[in-house]
Ligand binder design. Structure first.
Ligand SMILES: O=P(O)(O)OC[C@H]1O[C@@H](O)[C@H](O)[C@@H](O)[C@@H]1O
Length: 479
């Protein structure tokens, strides 16, 4: 008789990393803009310094009348912010070039492409509308085979524009070669959700509506506008943070276990759970709050009223804090509220996902002091994990206390932006946002955008350095 013996779990093969030794060309459209200096170049510097990218030809282009020297200074300054000053990085800087061109014109793009050699990556560091025009012009002239496209969020300005942009990009290259960058997908703690959920026996069985009361995904910053009115005043907290980053976190936190963490499966799972997400009660008035900061002080720093910041148009009524409550209509999560909130100029930095468990089924008579439910906290900066548990604690052994088990872990090998860039240079879209997911994220927030435009949800105010507006959804975020 054959006996069935349970097989020991087999370790999954390590994720293969394909590095090409061929020198790639990175063509940056919008090289003189804020995004290039603040995010792209530091991420690129860190990636080069890590040795994961063996050399690069870097070409910057834009409308500004810059010369090679000016561009190289910008690259060097940005690289220096992440300590990327080794021989390899200096070589990239020395050989890099700036080409003045109108990147929305066929003629300008043709000239740029003629200058590029080897495998090509084109980075659109442009506002959404200009990206659409540049992509349309590129579609008319075509790109060399194998070209990869990288785009920074927001992908379009609503579902329809995201859909048209996706259609346009599809005429240029296959979907796997489009890298929509959301740097939260490169944050080591966000990626740690995979290990935490799927490589432990103890959490996954309780991550469902039978055990979870609610989930908060909070990203409060003490930073204000920081001179970014040109971009931020047109976007606001909902588009800047919730529609993009926080929905990606929700997707990793709520998706079903994927059979592998390779691109097709992982992105399939995140797409699936986002398709099931919608506003609580399908009602943006019930399920959203918005607010804007007024003058105040944070850590001795004086912040002026948001509407007095240079470049802000008060008529836009841009929010600096957005809060929405979603439901995820799956067997696992039905009925569990997911609150997503992000605010600027808040009293304290709070970047975490908090899973609040339901009360214990019954606490035996005689055990006193049961007040707070268990909570699992996943911190996104600083990176840490904490588990709040009720135990008997010190003193009276029948009086309960809550303790916090914490684990701090160091940062990832690369900063988040470097991590997502690495994927694009290695032609691996695992950490890129798939086109349908970008559209899905707009679908989720669109009713809120419409209700806010119609002024159906009041724009509250909160003083910079305070804890945010008084009227919140589901009460205060648990301390
Ligand atoms: O904490 P990080 O990694 O800097 O990310 C937060 C930033 O993410 C960016 O994408 C937003 O545009 C910023 O407004 C925000 O401050």
């Amino acid at each position: 008789m054959t006996t069935l013996v349970p097989r020991a779990p087999v370790a999954a093969p390590a994720k293969s990393v394909t590095t090409t030794a061929v020198r790639q060309t990175l063509l940056v459209l919008g090289a003189s803009g804020d995004l290039t200096g603040r995010l792209l170049l530091p991420g690129l510097g860190a990636l080069l310094a890590s040795g994961a990218l063996p050399g690069l030809r870097l070409i910057g282009s834009g409308m500004d009348d810059w010369d090679d020297e000016r561009w190289r200074r910008r690259v060097a300054d940005s690289f220096a912010t992440v300590g990327a000053d080794g021989a390899g990085e200096s070589e990239v800087i020395k050989a890099s070039r700036y080409v003045r061109a109108d990147v929305t014109s066929e003629e300008g793009l043709r000239r740029l492409l003629a200058d590029c050699a080897g495998p090509l990556v084109i980075f659109f560091a442009l506002p959404p509308m200009v990206t659409a025009r540049a992509a349309a012009a590129l579609a008319r002239i075509g790109v060399p085979p194998g070209t990869r496209l990288m785009l920074e969020k927001p992908f379009g300005v609503d579902r329809i524009s995201a859909h048209s942009l996706n259609n346009l990009l599809a005429t240029l290259v296959p979907e796997e070669q489009v890298h929509r960058i959301d740097h939260f997908l490169g944050k080591s703690t966000v990626l740690n959700l995979l290990g935490l959920r799927f490589a432990n026996r103890i959490f996954e069985p309780v991550l469902n509506s039978a055990h979870v009361a609610c989930v908060d995904i909070v990203f409060d910053e003490t930073l204000g506008l920081e001179g970014r009115a040109g971009y931020y005043d047109g976007a606001g907290a909902l588009t800047d943070m919730v529609q993009s980053h926080l929905l990606q976190v929700l997707a990793l936190l709520a998706m079903e276990p994927p059979p592998s963490v390779r691109a097709q499966e992982l992105r399939g799972r995140t797409a699936q759970v986002l398709r099931a997400a919608r506003l609580w009660d399908d009602d943006p008035v019930v399920a959203s709050r918005r607010a804007r900061y007024t003058a105040g002080e944070i850590d001795g720093r004086r912040l002026r009223n948001y509407i007095d910041e240079p470049g802000v148009d008060p008529a836009r009524r841009t929010e600096t804090l957005a809060e929405v409550v979603l439901t995820v209509d799956t067997w696992r999560w039905a009925g569990v509220p997911f609150r997503l909130r992000s605010g600027k100029a808040m009293s304290a930095v709070r970047k975490e996902a908090i899973i609040t468990f339901k009360q214990a089924a019954r606490v035996p008579d005689g055990l006193t002091g049961y007040e707070r439910p268990d909570r699992l906290r996943i911190g996104f900066g600083p990176d840490c994990l904490a588990l709040d548990l009720n135990i008997n604690g010190p003193g009276n052994p029948f009086d309960l206390d809550q303790v916090r088990l914490t684990a701090d872990f160091g940062p990832g090998e690369l900063p988040a932006y470097g991590e997502v860039l690495r994927g694009a240079f290695e032609a691996d879209p695992t950490l890129s946002v798939r086109g349908d997911v970008a559209e899905e994220c707009w679908r989720i927030v669109e009713p809120v955008l419409a209700a806010w435009r119609a002024d159906e949800v009041p724009l509250q105010e909160y003083a910079a350095g305070s804890g945010g507006p008084v009227d919140t959804l589901l009460g205060p975020v648990p301390e």
